[in-house]
Design a protein. Structure first.
Length: 100
């Protein structure tokens, strides 16, 4: 008769799951929870794919937000120079509306 393997508790698994759930709506919180969960699991010498997924998804969301914000700032600068109306910039139409 074989003895069942003891159940090993992963101390960072819950943090990894919560971090993954929060990685899209609250990406900075998801990133921090993913890192903390991964560190706790590594200290227990266990893998935590939930935490790794939370870190990756949070990082990608943060990069997408930075790119979106940089594009928005660039577009606002172009519209500030060009004024309201539809303008052709490098072969692409840009529609600027008045701020009133």
């Amino acid at each position: 008769m074989t003895h069942p393997e003891p159940v090993v508790h992963n101390p960072g698994k819950t943090l990894g799951i919560v971090g993954l759930v929060l990685s899209i709506p609250l990406s900075l919180v998801g990133l921090v929870l993913g890192i903390v969960g991964l560190v706790k699991s590594r200290r227990a010498r266990l893998n935590n794919w939930w935490a790794v997924a939370a870190i990756v998804v949070s990082f990608l969301v943060i990069v997408a937000i930075v790119i979106w914000a940089a594009t928005l700032v660039w577009l606002m600068g172009e519209c500030a120079e060009l004024g309201p109306g539809v303008h052709d910039v490098n072969g692409r139409p840009i529609e600027c509306v008045s701020g009133a």
